[in-house]
Design a protein around this ligand. Structure first.
Ligand SMILES: Cc1ncc(COP(=O)(O)O)c(C=O)c1O
Length: 476
């Protein structure tokens, strides 16, 4: 078949779907005819139908759901009041939040609670069978090296696969500058300890991931939160002033789909941040753990892409997209390689070789991009449906974030509602969520909560959201 004819055929299939939507034969949430049915009805090959469906998927008109087929995308949630720029007090503070964080985390562990607390996708969305098969093959290689510590820096094959993946994402990095870590958490810890001594000052977004609180507190450093806006990210002028005014030792940031706001910084802002920090010699610790969760198109670039003098330490892991239990992450050390390697030896000597190689073979199989597309389609659907439920059940005046990535929602309730109180009431009703107060070093965000959208919205989850809404409305 000539290329022209093939183009014509797949556009014809796209038109069929578009017309069905226009004429209300298919509505948001409806299943699109299967590949086989469409191919038989239209007299075209399955691959032509697939091509048409993938085109429609790329413009957000339809979405693939794992093991189920294609569906018409849900209707727009519509305009609503947005979360605005945050206003933390810009003072260096000693961090004393880790006890509070620990109490909250321990309370959420109960497997019987409705899982709106911990930020994790349902394991049904992750390729555990494929990973298990690969791990079996790795073990069957009967390589006795697998039973030893392995290279402190990480298995070469793993580092090569990470370098390939990072270069595909627009960064220019070499496998020799990558260090395997025990999850992103160890990466953050190695970087911070390599860069700071007790009493030093570290900058961060506000709100910031609560895991940083433990890290900052145990490192005995001071933290200063910067105003942050869901659309534009951290306030660039405030970052500039802080770098200029104080002898800052590191800037801890999540420029892509940060937890909890789900924002992605504009490209211009990313370049400016790298320039400012380079100018004032403030090392950047870039946490990209949610970077692959682009719900509406391509993932954003990393700060690493704009790093010309090795001032960015880039950290990530596959804990959210593949497996958190395998405990493997990595960092690209920039010019701080030697200092970080020293910390790695002190911290854990080496990372698990078997799980590194399992991830490496999975990446080499080429299946990761397709898995991400499917995962993100499901998560997008979850985030949108959870948002609708929060808007339905929560009190008037509630604002909900509109994340363009990641799988959590940030909910801002009327000012006087304290989600720390609601947390305990919710737990006694077997519902978890994360109170906003643990996302700040200060007494802030007490009227906020973070909701995990990693699980499909079934009847049980909807009941959980409805009950949370009821508990909040009782405080109005
Ligand atoms: C923003 C962020 N950074 C780091 C981590 C830690 O990731 P890992 O499980 O790879 O150590 C998490 C886990 O929830 C996270 O949300």
């Amino acid at each position: 078949m000539t290329k022209l004819k093939q183009d014509y055929k797949f556009r014809q299939i796209m038109d069929v779907i578009v017309n069905m939507i226009k004429n209300e034969i298919l509505s948001p949430g409806d299943k699109v005819p299967s590949l086989r049915k469409m191919s038989e009805d239209q007299g075209v090959s399955i691959s032509t139908v697939m091509q048409a469906y993938m085109e429609l998927e790329s413009v957000g008109m339809i979405e693939a759901r794992p093991q189920s087929g294609f569906y018409i995308s849900k209707a727009d949630i519509g305009p609503r009041e947005q979360i605005t720029r945050t206003k933390p007090s810009q003072e260096p503070v000693q961090v004393t939040k880790s006890e509070h964080v620990t109490t909250i985390l321990e309370a959420m562990i109960d497997p019987d609670v409705i899982p709106l607390g911990c930020a994790i996708p349902s394991s049904d969305l992750l390729p555990h069978k494929e990973l298990t098969n690969i791990m079996k093959k790795v073990l069957n290689m009967e390589n006795t090296d697998l039973m030893e510590y392995g290279d402190t820096q990480g298995a070469k094959f793993f580092r090569q696969q990470i370098a390939y993946y990072m270069n595909m994402n627009g960064n220019s990095v070499h496998a020799d500058n990558i260090i395997a870590t025990n999850g992103a958490a160890e990466g953050m810890s190695l970087a911070l300890r390599a860069l700071t001594s007790p009493g030093d000052l570290v900058l961060m977004e506000s709100p910031s991931y609560f895991g940083f609180m433990h890290l900052l507190e145990t490192s005995k450093v001071f933290a200063m939160e910067l105003p942050t806006c869901p659309e534009d990210g951290v306030d660039i002028d405030d970052l500039y002033q802080a770098c200029k005014r104080y002898g800052v030792k590191a800037f801890l940031t999540q420029p892509n789909f940060g937890n909890p706001l789900g924002h992605s910084y504009p490209e211009e802002a990313k370049k400016e941040i790298v320039d400012i920090c380079s100018r004032f010699n403030v090392p950047i610790i870039e946490d990209d753990i949610n970077g692959d969760f682009a719900l509406y198109g391509k993932r954003g670039s990393n700060l690493k892409k704009y790093d010309k003098d090795g001032n960015v330490i880039h950290i990530s892991s596959f804990s959210k997209t593949l497996s958190s239990g395998m405990r493997i992450g990595w960092l690209e050390a920039g010019r701080y390689f030697d200092k970080i390697m020293k910390q790695k030896i002190a911290s854990s000597l080496a990372s698990n070789v078997i799980t590194q190689l399992t991830f490496a073979h999975y990446l080499a199989s080429g299946k990761y991009p397709r898995h991400l597309r499917k995962l993100n389609n499901s998560i997008k659907h979850h985030v949108e449906s959870y948002t609708l439920k929060v808007l339905k059940y929560f009190p008037e005046g509630t604002r909900v974030s509109a994340p363009d990535g990641g799988f959590v929602l940030w909910v801002e309730l009327p000012e006087h509602i304290d989600t720390n109180d609601i947390f305990h009431e919710a737990l006694s009703n077997k519902i978890s969520f994360t109170p906003g107060s643990i996302f700040s070093t200060q007494e802030k965000y007490n009227n906020c909560m973070r909701l995990n959208c990693g699980y499909p919205l079934d009847e049980r989850i909807e009941k959980g959201i409805a009950k949370l809404g009821e508990l909040c409305r009782a405080k109005v």
